[in-house]
Design a protein around this ligand. Sequence first.
Ligand SMILES: NC(=O)c1ccc[n+]([C@@H]2O[C@H](COP(=O)([O-])OP(=O)(O)OC[C@H]3O[C@@H](n4cnc5c(N)ncnc54)[C@H](O)[C@@H]3O)[C@@H](O)[C@H]2O)c1
Length: 436
Amino acid sequence: MQISVFGIGYVGAVSSACLANDGHHVIAVDPNPQKVGPLNEGISPIVEPGLGELIQSGIHNRRLMATSDVREAVNGTDISFVCVGTPSRSNGSLDTSYVSAVAEQIGAAIREKNSFHSVVMRSTILPGTMESIVLPALERASGRQAGVGFGVAYYPEFLRESTAISDYYDPGAIIFGRHDQATVDRLVEIHKIFKVEPRIVSIRTAEAVKYTNNAWHALKISFANEIGNICKEAGIDGHAVMDVLCADNRLNISKAYLKPGFAFGGSCLPKDLRALRFAARKLDVPTPILDATMDANEEQLRRAYSMVAATGKRRIGIIGLSFKPETDDLRESPLVELAERLYGRGYDIRIYDPNIQVSKLTGANLQFVKAHLPHLASLLTADVNEVIDHADAFVLGNREEAKRLLSIVQDDRPLIDLVRIDQTRCSGDFYQGICW
Ligand SMILES: NC(=O)c1ccc[n+]([C@@H]2O[C@H](COP(=O)([O-])OP(=O)(O)OC[C@H]3O[C@@H](n4cnc5c(N)ncnc54)[C@H](O)[C@@H]3O)[C@@H](O)[C@H]2O)c1
């Protein structure tokens, strides 16, 4: 394919050289002559292992060239990859000025082009930027409608400097944010050499994935550092601890615990986090990540409470009370905490959880209930119909039982879903998921 790449920086230089190496004809574009000149002489503008050789061979085979002429690049290619910078401003906001400028330039060139051109954004941009900045700039400058007069997609870049070429050829994931099928088809064609199947999602989802990825990587680094700091002061090798942690592919390096939902609870996580933070304090080690984890959990509880309050209803049916399904363990269940807050603020609640019979609770479990929800026996019912008859709104905290409830309830009473009873359902009207 004929491909233009806008921006000969860390991303653009690698993409241009690799695409040329894959057999495409690539025109790399940059207003900076110090990028264009060296590239045309086969010299890499950046330090990156293996890149110099790829650029040299691209120039030698005449599959790669550089220019500052936007019109020449758009006219001579079918698809443009945009890899311009999106730096931070001093207040932390994202500087999209290069993105909007390049969209205007490409749009103006599309105005004079006869064939269908696709514009694929690769720069990191916040969700909504394609819709609010890039598309309007392209449409304004081209005088054409996106999807009809030209194509658009968002395709986030995940390469890491210093391993950029091996990341390019062995990507963990390929994600295309779709606007029009013609552009997605071109992207699929370019990427058919890769083992990974591209995931095709909405543009906003693709924009969000890039930030979520980077936030996740940053969080992992700071978590590992914090554990290392605590371990060192306790005379333990932090690497040995993290090596063993990483060996568990079921619970640790896995999808486990990575679905947005309600607060964590139960007899272990809150207790053990508290103890670890206390132990670190005694060792004089700050634990900002662990502290924030507890704060984030409290925030999720507050969020659930606010969602119930926002319904304006006072008679609330709660489905599920234990900290997870198929157990009667109520210790530090966030649903107990939520019920306690609602009850304490005068809500008239009924609770249905078939695993719980107050008369059978014993030991620490019973003590917890006595301390937090002493009236549980009068709020709990073994008959789901009693909750249905009582409630003006429902809190769904147990997926299976909630499904059962919904097969009976066929009206539009507000539903606050904390467990995602149905993957296909998103917030709207009377149904509200806590974070979907
Ligand atoms: N560097 C990375 O490892 C990496 C990885 C993934 C994603 N990203 C994202 O990719 C984007 C590019 O990052 P980078 O590190 O390559 O940036 P960079 O600053 O190295 O390169 C940007 C290039 O764009 C050029 N440019 C500016 N305006 C232009 C225009 N109108 N037309 C053509 N070229 C123009 C600049 O002259 C510069 O050469 C950013 O959004 C970044 O967040 C970077």
